[in-house]
Design a protein around this ligand. Structure first.
Ligand code: NZQ
Ligand code: ZN
Length: 392
């Protein structure tokens, strides 16, 4: 097992009616900015419930709506202005990954002295982390309406600036608390539920299908998440109000990207980085890009990932017969069939992308400095081109 630090301070309030605890976890005298997306939380009543709970103590409440999927820097800067003008000291994100991520950006951009007036610079630090301080970074909480990204229990955010989709990390951007009531997700359209299942699945394999380091707990926990998703994926899609199925999805989504299964193991993330470029350039949903890239990535990097792909075939899909290569082929096929069963496509051509689009994706990655991706740092622009060709 590799060395690691594991730190995760987020207080999770999970289950039915946990929104009722909101008053007890937001500071009583806070000046709170509630952030939300395009209006689903208004339409389905979640925003009113949030405001009702917050009103139980003498807080000043402000609202900022309109954070779009793949949250844009320009939109978030308008929220930063509200924070400064109203002297907001607590942020409450009510929504999916885009709202949570956007709120994390607002948290770091509003008061970090070094970046006032040059907030765009925050987008340049990527995985190195933004230099901010605990005092400057505003605290935030979340009420999750879409199980997918794990943003509710991690310190990362993905922010778009035009076509550029960029990573923002700060050590202080872990939500103070996250409220996960599976019932708040019942109103999701099927395509977003499917996205959440696939995003969670890919977060897990990015940290699991690399090379073995004898990390048995991490491997078996990752396998547990994958098997749970396979068991409940179609069920929760077909029966959106089946509480237990949805609760299992919600908890898997959080646990897949809160640092637990990634501690002490090599991590890939090439599929995500390629996927982010495709979303930035063509606007295709995050999870839908991953479903296209991940199987192609395995086909191209089968040798580098051989041992873990065989383990995945045997332990997750229970494929026992045949040679190693037959097992790997069967596991990739079963994965694609699983995504198809959720209504998610697995080819670039399904999204009207062709061979001539490959160059734009590869040069965008290169522009963002992503020239040595994967657990081995061997996914160069040439390998990305191969992966994209395999995904056509
Ligand atoms: O904007 P509203 O009107 O709220 O509608 C949203 C949005 O259109 C809707 N929605 C959310 N909850 C709903 C609902 N509709 C009905 N009922 C509900 N309960 O769903 C749509 C998509 O929302 P979005 O937040 O964009 O989806 P998701 O949670 O999949 O987030 C995707 C974003 O997260 C980033 C992605 O790159 C993308 O920008 N990621 C963040 C990560 C992280 N912070 O760790 C990791 C991920 O790999 C990912 O990159
Ligand atoms: Zn993802």
């Amino acid at each position: 097992m590799l060395n690691f630090n594991f730190y995760n301070p987020t207080n999770i309030l999970f289950g039915k009616d946990q929104l009722r605890k909101l008053d007890s976890v937001v500071p009583k005298d806070a000046r709170v900015l509630i952030t939300y997306g395009g209006g689903s939380v208004k339409r389905f009543g979640t925003l009113d419930r949030v405001k009702e709970e917050l009103a139980k103590s003498a807080r000043e409440i402000f609202e900022f709506g309109g954070i779009e999927p793949n949250p844009q820097f320009a939109t978030l800067m308008k929220a930063v202005e509200v924070v400064r003008e109203k002297k907001v000291d607590f942020l409450l994100a009510v929504g999916g990954g885009s709202v949570m991520d956007g709120t994390k950006f607002i948290a770091v951009a509003s008061n970090t002295r070094e970046f006032i007036g040059k907030e765009e610079k925050i987008l340049a630090f990527g995985f190195k982390g933004v230099p901010t301080t605990r005092e400057e970074n505003l605290p935030l909480g979340t009420v999750v309406t879409l199980p997918a990204t794990g943003s509710e229990m991690n310190n990362g955010a993905v922010i778009s600036n035009g076509e550029d989709k960029l990573t923002v990390f700060t050590p202080f951007n872990f939500p103070v608390f996250s409220i996960l009531d599976p019932e708040l997700t019942y109103t999701l359209p099927a395509t977003q539920v499917a996205n959440g299942i696939v995003d969670t699945f890919i977060h897990t394999v990015e940290q699991y299908i690399t090379y073995p380091v004898d990390a048995r707990f991490q491997d078996r926990t990752a396998e547990g998440i994958l098997q749970t998703l396979i068991e409940i994926g179609k069920k929760t899609l077909d029966n959106p109000t089946d509480y237990d199925a949805r609760a299992n999805l919600v908890w898997c989504a959080t646990m897949a990207l809160n640092g637990l299964i990634g501690a002490g193991v090599p991590q890939d993330w090439a599929t995500h980085m390629i996927g982010h470029e495709i979303t930035g350039l063509y606007g295709i949903d995050h999870a839908k890009t991953l479903a296209v890239i991940q199987p192609a990535n395995w086909k191209v990097r089968r040798e580098q990932k051989r041992e873990k792909l065989v383990q995945y075939a045997q332990r997750v899909w229970n494929i026992r017969d045949g040679s190693e290569d037959q097992k790997i082929d069967a596991a990739i096929m079963r994965t694609e069939e699983f995504f198809h069963s959720l209504g998610i496509k697995t080819r670039l051509s399904d999204h009207n992308l062709e061979e001539r689009d490959i160059e734009a994706i590869v040069s965008s990655l290169t522009k963002h400095g992503m020239t040595k991706l994967s657990e081995r740092g061997d996914v160069t622009p040439e390998v990305v081109t191969e992966i994209l060709k395999a995904a056509l």
